[in-house]
Design a protein around this ligand. Structure first.
Ligand SMILES: [Zn+2]
Ligand SMILES: [Zn+2]
Length: 291
């Protein structure tokens, strides 16, 4: 069975986690199981459940039509290549052990591949593993190593997390919001209310402006400075593959989020919302839900 899965994965899965977000999944599902998966499964077993919150309305409906018609999916996200999480496949040691015990084979968990994730969502003390610190091997190609393992395929040492990633309230909130979005993915279930992720930062910013009794430009400058300090304190740069602080600031630019929400990385929306939440501005969970 494992061999059958391996060969199916080899034939359809692509090089890097970038491709977790494309229609190879649909093909893989049908091939692996020999039956048609439901549309909910497609969202649950790929990053679509997370990323669909950041699609424009038109794109969202055309995506749904394409999936239902089993056509190929086009759902590009801006700046995915700048996310560290997109460069290697990640796993948790204890999840691999649990999966092997329970199913006989370990598998990749979508929750571990979310760009918001640092630690395992089931084993909160476990930093995720993306490669081997002894020989420098990284799992970037599922065709060579389709299943997660706790042993390095190159040097055969045990894979361990390099160091315990520092986690703080900001990391935890970012991770939680990412998981919430993924679990709540409502696209296939239209009757449920869904978060207005693309407009949430604008709403939180507007509320902040209204609460501080001073000129608009002054408040805006204040908030942007507070945000910059907050990103430094909380090592927000560690989520990205960037060369300078200036690059980070451009990627998380408040004006861009408000003026062209579809063109910024989904992480920018999430990071700003967590920031607003931590400085006491409206709770995104309540504010952004609409029926
Ligand atoms: Zn785990
Ligand atoms: Zn190694």
């Amino acid at each position: 069975m494992v061999e059958k899965q391996r060969s199916a994965l080899k034939s359809v899965f692509a090089l890097s986690p970038f491709h977790i977000f494309d229609d190879n999944y649909v093909m893989a599902f049908n091939k692996l199981a020999g039956l048609q998966f439901s549309i909910v499964d497609i969202f649950r077993f790929s990053l679509l459940g997370f990323y669909e919150h950041f699609l424009g309305e038109e794109h969202r409906s055309s995506l749904l039509r394409d999936i239902l018609a089993r056509r190929s999916i086009k759902a590009k996200m801006p700046l995915l290549s700048k996310l560290k999480s997109m460069q290697q496949w990640r796993h948790c040691r204890l999840c691999v052990e649990d999966d092997e015990k329970q199913f006989g084979v370990a598998y990749w968990h979508v929750g571990h591949q979310l760009p918001t994730t640092n630690m395992c969502h089931k084993h909160s003390e476990q930093t995720l593993i993306s490669g081997c610190y002894r020989c420098g091997w990284n799992n970037t190609d599922l065709r060579k190593h389709p299943l997660p393992s706790n042993t390095c395929p190159e040097c055969e040492h045990e894979l361990v997390a390099l160091h315990n990633q520092q986690t703080n309230a900001a990391n935890q909130s970012i991770q939680q919001l990412g998981l919430d979005l993924y679990y709540e993915s409502p696209l296939p279930l239209r009757s449920k209310p869904r978060r207005q992720m693309l407009r949430s930062v604008e709403h939180a910013f507007g509320d902040t402006i209204r609460t501080r009794n001073q000129e608009y430009w002054k408040t805006k400058l204040q908030i942007e400075n507070e945000f910059r300090l907050w990103t430094l304190e909380n090592q927000i740069a560690s989520y990205f593959d960037i060369k300078s602080e200036a690059e980070l600031n451009t990627m998380l630019c408040l004006d861009s989020i408000i003026n062209s929400p579809l063109k910024v990385t989904p992480m920018a929306h999430i990071i700003w919302l967590v920031f607003f939440n931590q400085i006491g501005q409206p709770n995104y969970a309540g504010l952004s839900l609409v029926s």
